[in-house]
Structure formats: C-alpha cells, structure tokens
Ligand binder design. Structure first.
Ligand code: PEP
Length: 251
C-alpha cells in the first residue's frame, strides 16, 4: 500500500512571519496524523523560519523550484544543495506556472529532477495538459512526453522514489476540478507508463492529483484507487481546508 502524501504549495504568498504562523497552526492541528506524509512549500525566503518551526514535527518542508546548477553566476537562482542545507526535504519541479511563465522546458525540468537527486531532495514532478490539449484529446501524449523528459537518465531505483503530481493546467487555480474519474483515468495511464520499469516502480511511485483540491472535494478524489495524495495550491493557505484534506487522506 502506498502511503498518502499531501503537499501544500504556498506559491508567492506568506512573508516569513506569516509563513511561520501558518506552519505553527498546521503543526498543532495535524500533530496526531500518523498515516499521511505531509509537506508544505513556502517561498525560498520563508524556508528557514518554516523549517525551524516544523523541525521534529510530522510535516516536511518542500521548495517550489530548484536551480539546475550547484552554484555560480546564476542571478536569482537557489540550488538544490543550498535548499537541502536549509532543511528542505522535497522539491516541486516542473510546476505548470514554472513551465508557462518562467520558461521551464521539458529538458530543463529533467535537469532539475537530476539536481534534486544530486542534492538528496525528494522530487515531486508535476505533469499535466492545458485546456486546448485536453480538448484535442492529447492529455496522454502530453503527460507521456513530460514524464519521458522529466525522468530521463534516472535509474529504476531513483524513479521509484519520485512523486508524480498530475495537475491538469485547466484545473489549477480555476476552481474547475477534474472529476474523480477523469483524474483517476490519467493516473492509471501514468501508472501504466511506469510499467516500462521493473514492477516495483509502478507499485511504489505515488501519484498526487493537483487542481482546485479543497476540503469539500478531497475525499472523492482521494478515494480513487490510483490517486495517492494531492498537491494543493490555494486551499493550502487555509488551515481549515488543508487540515480537512489531510484528514480525508488519513481516511
Ligand atoms: C497548484 O498550484 O499546484 C495547484 C494545484 O493549485 P490550486 O490548488 O490552487 O488549483
């Protein structure tokens, strides 16, 4: 059985003091949850405060992006190694906002996944189609292309530790959630795609759904056999909603 994994992407919200307060509230509210892996992804700036607050808790710290390189003349970038030393355990890589707004190509996303392994961060690789791609029936082609590039060069053992977040772009921040069956179909496709590796890979890889997940719709999504958790954006900023999502995952 795969352990459910709920991660909250705080995006560009919450300066350090506010992020610390949110982390403290979540730490208290979720202290008794043992059956779910939980992580939150603050901005780079708030990572030290949040990592200090969540040390010795059941909530891990994620970052929202990593640089490809280790160090050097890369203005504005933060390396996976630096994030690791700041207390980060997980890295969200290939989020659709990075792909659409900041030029992260499939190849760059693959390099960023490699950077995570180099530094010892657990990668959460985001994949998902846009609305025109879905309307053209291309969701599987797009997701397969993103998986191929994102996981290129990894050993089967490494792929077995990656979390895949299926995030249809048309459902992110739009309030338009994929139906549980729609999401489960693509998750099943992803698990089938992982069948090119030895069987433990498809068995172990956790596939999160992301796209307008809230306290009110989490149970329906998480009850699907191929949905192992959620990557949560807007609702991760609300203690009530995020706690409800984690509790839905705990069953
Ligand atoms: C996300 O950005 O990863 C996300 C799923 O956002 P939202 O939950 O707000 O749709």
């Amino acid at each position: 059985m795969r352990r459910p994994f709920i991660a909250g992407n705080w995006k560009m919200h919450k300066a350090p003091a506010e992020a610390d307060a949110l982390a403290e509230a979540l730490k208290r509210a979720l202290a008794d949850v043992t059956a779910v892996d939980i992580a939150v992804a603050p901005t780079f700036l708030a990572i030290p405060a949040v990592a200090a607050r969540l040390r010795h808790s059941n909530i891990g710290v994620a970052c929202q992006n990593v640089a490809v390189e280790i160090q050097g003349a890369y203005t504005g970038e933060v390396s996976a190694e630096m994030l690791k030393t700041a207390g980060v355990q997980y890295a969200i890589v290939g989020h659709s906002e990075r792909r659409q707004l900041f030029g992260d190509t499939d190849a760059i996303v693959g390099k960023k996944v490699q950077a995570c392994f180099r530094a010892g961060l657990a990668a959460i690789l985001c994949v998902g189609e846009t609305l025109p791609e879905r309307e053209a029936g291309q969701e599987e082609t797009v997701v397969a292309r993103q998986l191929e590039a994102g996981l290129a060069g990894l050993s089967a053992d490494q792929v077995g530790t990656v979390t895949i977040a299926y995030e249809p772009v048309w459902a992110i921040g739009t309030g338009k959630v994929a139906s549980p069956a729609q999401a489960n179909d693509v998750h099943a496709f992803i698990r089938g795609w992982l069948g090119r590796y030895p069987s433990f890979v498809a068995r172990n890889v956790r596939i999160q759904y992301g796209g307008s997940v809230k306290g009110s719709n989490a149970a329906g999504l998480l009850s699907q056999p191929e949905i192992d958790g959620a990557l949560v954006g807007g609702a991760a900023l609300s203690v009530e909603d995020f706690v409800a999502i984690v509790k839905a995952a705990a069953g």
